[in-house]
Write a protein that binds this ligand. Structure first.
Ligand SMILES: Cc1ncc(COP(=O)(O)O)c(C=O)c1O
Length: 380
């Protein structure tokens, strides 16, 4: 048997207490127990999102909330600006096009964050003020880059446009403040920093976003957020939700509140720093120039295929890393440190990486990466 260690950037490891929260007796989603569960989850998520607005729960993965954002906030033929610097920025553009929205994109080299000045320039070029929304990604998990949403928010706030942020990655592990940063829509999902199985997405809308939602003309039924708001008033969802997963999410949020958001952010920052120190010590290249604290993206040595190395490490040592997506397929390895991650997960990851590299003939001093990570970790 090879013991498995999941180090992919979603789904992430689920703590036993969270997993077992799903196994208690089922309840009606129209009864008192569910109302309490709904209230706890949405109230706590508001704290994590940094908003005074309600949070609504969707039964689906992160993309369901992305599609819900487009369906509820746009109308065919309208103009939208998309910041596109990775696989998930591309996804925004793809969904918008499907809904007949005219997409203008700021294409950012993968691995770099957008220069917020470019957003200001693009919006200024639109002299008729026809851009109705700006769509961006907090952390694009395909590149490991974190965007300066605060600065983008400052720029978009001066315009007649909504700022819609895919925070599937990063939220719950990296400081994020929807209201303070002038974000109109924030969406995320259960399976990354929230340490919960996949299946629940959630989103929050500002007052301006709700005004747009009321008059938007794209078709919507299952993802109609007006229904979510109507049922939310009674602490319910319009359709049967994933009750068991919601219980798991409630437990995960309880654990998160016990730890405290500031401590969670500090833990992720430290795990990221330890991982990056190991990568540097191994003389490997970091892919992201503005790296997020939830994953470390590395380029393997030129003569070793990324997928070959990743597959070898998974099969031989049981440590499962993420691979490249889109144009980065077979070019990178993504080491996740989001959610239920502690120092010895990082040591395990780096140690497995070293063993795999050594097996593939990469020349380095065994243990140098682990040592570098320990130098950071031991200050704890
Ligand atoms: C930044 C980002 N956005 C959106 C998604 C899509 O989420 P899902 O796969 O849950 O639909 C992901 C998934 O990895 C993601 O990382």
């Amino acid at each position: 048997m090879v013991k498995k260690y999941l180090m992919t950037p979603g789904p992430t490891p689920v703590p036993a207490a969270v997993a077992s929260a799903q196994t208690v007796d089922m309840v009606s989603h129209r009864g008192r127990e569910f109302h309490e569960l709904y209230q706890y989850v949405t109230k706590t998520l508001r704290e994590v999102v940094g908003t005074s607005h309600e949070v609504y729960l969707l039964t689906g993965s992160g993309t369901s909330a992305m599609e819900a954002a487009v369906a509820n906030l746009t109308s065919p033929g309208e103009k939208a600006l998309v910041i596109r610097g990775g696989h998930f920025g591309n996804r925004w553009a793809d969904i918008l096009k499907e809904y007949g929205v005219m997409v203008r994109a700021i294409d950012v080299e993968w691995g770099r964050a957008v220069n917020p000045k470019l957003v200001a320039e693009r919006l200024a070029e639109d002299t008729e003020n026809e851009t109705r929304a700006v769509f961006t990604t907090f952390v694009d998990t395909s590149t490991g880059v974190v965007q300066d949403v605060e600065e983008i928010g400052r720029i978009v706030a001066d315009k007649n446009a909504l700022l819609v942020v895919d925070a599937v990655s990063g939220l719950g592990a990296v400081d994020y403040r929807m209201d303070e940063w002038n974000v109109d829509v924030t969406l995320s999902a259960s399976q990354k920093s929230f340490m919960t199985p996949p299946g629940i997405a959630f989103m929050s809308l500002s007052g301006n976003a709700w005004k747009v939602c009321e008059r938007a003309k794209c078709p919507r039924y299952y993802w109609d957020l007006r229904k979510c708001r109507q049922f939310g008033e009674k602490h319910e969802t319009p359709f049967t939700p994933a009750v068991a997963t919601l219980r798991a999410l409630a437990k995960a949020l309880e654990l998160m509140m016990e730890e405290g958001l500031a401590n969670i952010f500090a833990r992720h920052e430290k795990m990221a720093r330890a991982t990056r120190a190991a990568v540097n010590a191994l003389a490997l290249r970091l892919f992201a120039l503005n790296p997020a604290d939830v994953l470390t993206v590395i380029r393997p040595p030129d003569d070793i295929g990324a997928d070959e190395l990743r597959g070898h490490i998974a099969r031989t040592y049981g440590v499962v890393f993420g691979g490249g997506q889109g144009q980065l397929k077979d070019r990178i390895i993504r080491i996740a440190h989001m959610g239920a991650v502690g120092p010895f997960d990082i040591i395990t990851a780096v140690s497995a990486l070293e063993a795999g590299l050594a097996d593939k003939g990469y020349v380095f001093e065994l243990g140098v990466g682990v040592g570098a990570a320990e130098e950071i970790i031991k200050e704890m």
